[in-house]
Design a protein around this ligand. Structure first.
Ligand SMILES: Cc1cc2nc3c(=O)[nH]c(=O)nc-3n(C[C@H](O)[C@H](O)[C@H](O)COP(=O)(O)OP(=O)(O)OC[C@H]3O[C@@H](n4cnc5c(N)ncnc54)[C@H](O)[C@@H]3O)c2cc1C
Length: 350
């Protein structure tokens, strides 16, 4: 049995792990040169900078369970500071627990932090094929044939599509699954993060909680800011501070915009030691009403074909825990159907 996972973001890596555990031969095809998708961490001069997610909901056990299976359970770190404040345009005011995520209009909330995909990618090793994007997918007598950038073809008994929904919609529609176009109703909001390093003594204001959110009625490019080095351990060397600002896409240098506004809000003096900006042209997905029904409809249609399932932030929830769950569950459904095949069932029940 050979399965192909398309996309090596957190969802695809989780799906590949589930398939590997079941003893299936797995290939993960990733269009970029790096695995991890929007999960992206960089080390710089003793700082740890996150480009995408930095935490997950404590109440959801998916990440701890996966980390334990990988032998990385002791690498998860607890959040040190909790709570957020609201920038009213004049001052920072306390915010009720959970209100920050609500104000930002995001479906993700963070509590316990620091999960990175390197450990998972390392365990999957050579199964991951970077810079090999899937350009087409077609049903065969046994399963699926995937066309890969550069012109090569790959046969698979089962497939998990763990790519953003606009990619899945295009690939499946071209394979004759017209219903998959419904997935293209998911809109991925653009997002920019600017991480700024300072000496601790450059921050003159008193910091409450782990960050602030800007009130909607006030002007500014920075929507929210995390006091990264206060929130999690090991983010900045002793005596230094690391701030991460979330900005709306705007004209101008995001790091300069962020520094200008943070200087006012947090009483920062002098210039940042350095900055690092990440542009996510299509960041966190937002669903339109009826999303769950559309996903169920597409999955129902896919059940009439050889084993193939869809998974990911644009399908089953944007948070990292939901992505791990989505990838693993899609893999289990594919395995279940392959199991049926092994005992003589047809791959084309429809
Ligand atoms: C700035 C930011 C901050 C966030 N913060 C948090 C947070 O703190 N907590 C939280 O829970 N969540 C957070 N999220 C959300 C969460 O990180 C993402 O929803 C999740 O990581 C998405 O994982 P994914 O694998 O589904 O998608 P992706 O990470 O987008 O992975 C999809 C992969 O598919 C690849 N691909 C695309 N097309 C093809 C193709 N044709 N062939 C092969 N490969 C292809 C892509 O290159 C990519 O690697 C944040 C997101 C962003 C952008």
């Amino acid at each position: 049995m050979k399965c192909v996972v398309v996309g090596a973001g957190l969802t695809g890596l989780a799906a590949a792990w589930e398939l590997t555990r079941a003893g299936t031969e797995v290939v993960v095809l990733e269009s970029e040169r790096r695995a991890g998708g929007v999960v992206l961490s960089e080390r710089r001069e003793g700082f740890l900078v996150e480009g995408g997610p930095d935490g997950f909901l404590a109440g959801e056990g998916d990440i701890p369970a996966l980390a334990d299976e990988l032998g990385l359970g002791d690498r998860l770190v607890d959040q040190l500071a909790r709570g957020a404040t609201l920038w009213t345009g004049q001052r920072l005011e306390p915010l009720a627990q959970g209100r920050a995520a609500e104000l930002l209009g995001i479906q993700v909330a963070t509590d316990v932090g620091a999960f990175r995909t390197e450990g998972l990618a390392a365990r999957l090793g050579a199964s991951i094929r970077p810079a090999q994007g899937v350009t087409g997918i077609a049903p065969t007598a046994r399963g699926w044939r995937l066309a890969v950038t550069g012109g090569s073809l790959l046969e698979a008994d089962g497939v998990v599509l763990a790519v953003p929904t606009w990619v899945a919609a295009r690939l499946l529609a071209a394979a004759g699954v017209a219903e998959a176009r419904e997935l293209d109703t998911v809109v991925y909001a653009p997002s920019v993060t600017a991480s700024l390093a300072y000496r601790r003594d450059q921050l003159n204001g008193r910091l409450e909680g782990s960050g602030f959110v800007r009130a909607a009625e006030t002007d500014g490019a920075v929507r929210a800011c995390t006091y990264t080095w206060v929130k999690y351990p090991g983010r900045a060397p002793p005596g230094y501070a690391l701030l991460r600002a979330f900005l709306e896409p705007a004209d101008g240098d995001p790091a300069a915009l962020a520094h200008g506004e943070l200087a006012t809000v947090l009483g920062v003096s002098g210039m940042p030691l350095w900055s690092r900006v990440f542009h996510w042209r299509r960041g966190v997905p937002r669903y339109k009403p009826g999303h769950a029904e559309r996903v169920a409809h597409v999955r129902e249609r896919l059940r009439r074909l050889a084993p193939l399932d869809i998974a990911g932030a644009g399908v089953d929830g944007a948070g990292v825990s939901a992505c791990v769950r989505s990838g693993r569950e899609a893999a289990r459904r594919v395995l279940e159907r392959l199991g049926t095949n092994r005992v003589g069932g047809s791959p084309f029940p429809g």
